[in-house]
Design a protein around this ligand. Structure first.
Ligand SMILES: [Zn+2]
Length: 474
């Protein structure tokens, strides 16, 4: 009998499909799962991991990240590996570091995504090559951002694109897809893309159709016009004939709480005639740049960074305005450029979205934010500890499916997201009684507890264990 590289014995295996956990022996050879055997089989292996009392699952796929440059700057990716994440999807919310003509001046909003202003890539392949050269520990799949295409093709972002500009964005998108981009993301709530019209997005998404590549969208409005914005995204997907994935699905603002009941029903209804997905992070507060417009929505706003007044980090906008003796809007102006946590969501809504059968887990963490939202380091253990074990909101099998098998299917990552013979050995071993997020707003980079071991393509995470992934053909 051939000797395997590794045997993991005694674990309760949750295979990523949503099927009930079962005890099994898992054998790994090279980068693959070689065999899944009943307990007590005991085939020969060079290394044996005794895993009684632990859960073995496919490595988690973080479907919503802003790790584009983190893969290059911090390739060991501790924020992700410590949670059991083995694959990250990048280029979300309309932002990607390519394609951008040399010398492009990026808007300030890019600061926390691309911390070095000059670090941009003319070709998408240039970005992917830089990632490969950095040899990250985790696998990655990259989307191209709609706002990035606008910056590359337009002279003025505050208006709809002209037909010529749409054509040049289409050409850039085609090239990026040829280079290996897996789909298009948008961030229609942001200044760079706000003025884009539905037709502009349809025209771009049509370029995705032959590859069945997804349109992943941070929709135009997540508050008062949430329903209209969901409708627009579904329309874009239908008209272009592409899958639509809703990013960080939620309803912002107290008077909008309850609206996800309606939007999830719209998504369910749409599923009959188009492919739809969504992702969610397991927190009832959000994090993004601090703007006057966002501050006007009210609610508690805690400043996480400010270039002009770093001493205000950790304080609420209300407290800062009191201290400065000005109104909150003026305080926000003086803090620029700045970032904040917004307490605008309702826990019931977060729970409702989390248990939706199409909901995948995405952290949406900002790796270069000096005070990042705790979701950067805590998302996956928080779902498994807080929501599965402590709250009993969903089963362990269902939660793991949302982190593995479901995203692997949505992004067509062949051989990932499952524990079965022949699959890639992306695996996480964790203690279901101990797994917990430890990151908080005041200690945002506390690593999670309870993750015992992680394997990426059959190896312990380290330089070069990750691979550049592509979606398999439709
Ligand atoms: Zn977003």
């Amino acid at each position: 009998m051939t000797e395997h590289d590794l045997a993991i014995l005694g674990a309760s295996v949750v295979d990523g499909s949503g099927a009930p956990a079962k005890r099994a022996e898992i054998y790994i050879s090279g980068d693959r799962i070689a065999a899944v055997r009943p307990p007590g089989t005991r085939e020969p292996a060079r290394e044996i991991v005794e895993a009684d009392g632990l859960v073995l699952a496919p490595g988690f796929i973080d479907v919503h990240t802003h790790d584009d440059m983190a893969l290059i700057k911090t390739p060991l990716m501790p924020s992700k590996v410590s949670q059991g994440v083995t694959t990250v999807i990048t280029g979300l919310c309309g932002y990607s570091p390519a394609p951008l003509p040399p010398g492009t001046k990026l808007p300030e909003e890019y600061d926390i995504l691309i911390p070095e202003r000059g670090k941009i890539f003319e070709r998408f392949s240039g970005y992917l090559d830089a990632v490969a050269q950095a040899a990250p520990a985790v696998n990655s799949l990259a989307l191209v951002g709609h706002s990035t295409l606008r910056i590359a093709a337009m002279t003025e972002l505050s208006r709809p694109a002209t037909p010529d500009e749409v054509a040049s964005m289409q050409r850039l998108l085609d090239k990026a897809l040829e280079d290996g981009a897996a789909g298009l993301s948008s961030g229609l709530a942001y200044a760079m893309a706000k003025a884009s019209e539905t037709d502009e997005l349809v025209a771009l998404c049509e370029r995705l159709a032959s590859r069945a590549a997804p349109y992943v969208t941070h929709i135009r409005d997540e508050g008062d016009y949430l329903v209209e914005a969901v409708d627009e995204a579904l329309t874009i997907g239908r008209r272009a004939g592409v899958p639509v994935i809703f990013s960080h699905h939620k309803a912002l603002g107290q008077h909008n709480h309850g609206k996800t009941r309606e939007t999830l029903a719209m998504i369910d209804a749409a599923c009959g005639c188009q492919t739809v997905g969504l992702d969610v992070y397991p927190y009832s507060y959000s994090s993004t740049s601090l703007t006057v417009e966002r501050a006007r929505r009210g609610g508690k706003i805690v400043v996480t960074r400010s270039a002009t007044m770093p001493e205000c980090v950790g304080l609420t906008v209300d407290a800062i305005s009191e201290r400065l003796g000005c109104d909150p809007e003026e305080a926000v102006r003086r803090l620029q450029p700045a970032g904040a946590l917004y307490h605008l969501m309702d826990e019931d809504e977060v729970r409702r979205v989390l248990i939706h059968p199409l909901a995948m887990i995405g952290s949406d963490g900002l790796p270069f934010d000096p005070m990042p939202h705790p979701r950067l380091w805590g998302t996956f253990p928080r779902v498994l500890g807080h929501y599965v074990r402590d709250q009993g909101l969903l089963s362990l099998e269902s939660a793991i499916h949302k982190m593995t098998g479901l995203p692997a299917r949505m992004f067509r990552l062949e051989g990932r997201g499952v524990v079965e013979p022949g699959a890639f050995a992306d695996l996480v071993l964790f203690d279901p009684d101990r797994i917990a997020d430890r990151a908080s707003p005041s200690s945002p980079d506390n690593a999670a507890e309870g993750v015992a071991r992680v394997w990426i393509n059959g190896r312990s995470p380290g330089a070069g264990t990750g691979r550049r992934l592509t979606s398999s053909p439709a």
